[in-house]
Design a protein around this ligand. Sequence first.
Ligand code: AMP
Length: 217
Amino acid sequence: MRLVLVGPPGAGKGTQAAFIADHFGIPSISTGDLFRSHVAAGTDLGKEAKRYLSTGELVPDEITINMVAGRLDDRDTVGGFLLDGFPRNVPQAEVLGRLLKDRGLELDVVLELVIEPEEVIRRLSGRRTCRGCGKIWHIEFDPTARPGVCDRCGGELYVRDDDQPETVRHRLEVYTEQTAPLVDYYAATGRLVGIQATGPVEDITARAIDVLEGFTE
Ligand code: AMP
């Protein structure tokens, strides 16, 4: 199964990506995670990407596409893959289509996680990340016993740059302007399915797997 997940920041793409990829036995490829690991490792790519990540802007297409193209050539994608956070605009989608076509492949399905902007702001601005172990908590939905302290490792919790309220608002604007047009782009291919991304996580996963099963050969 070759699958793309689209949806605004905070729709739960990362969480659902892990469950869906596990269910279908395919790797989950998150461009946000790839960028964050480059930033953490201090690579040239990471140094270049850092300023875009911290403001919520998209990293330039050329950098992003080269990184994804390299990743799609890894052997573990032979049986399919799930892309989380890529493509993020129509030009990236066009390049992805060409990359796959050159390899004699095409996307099976694009899954849209549908959620209201107010819910996104509530979810993202309450997120707290542990400096010690990286675990993500939420002040409202998944609070720690002591505010500001990780239950798992005792580490200090902080607000990721891209979860700061100003940045969250900007990421939503970027989504509306640049990424939302992808929904129409993929709808025209007849491969787009949308599911509601609110309610218990396991219900959303069940909904996702249910519709995706319809696209397996
Ligand atoms: P995410 O974790 O998917 O929300 O991505 C975090 C940040 O990484 C985004 O706000 C962008 O700065 C950058 N990013 C992730 N995916 C892409 C992409 N496909 N194109 C450009 N920038 C991206």
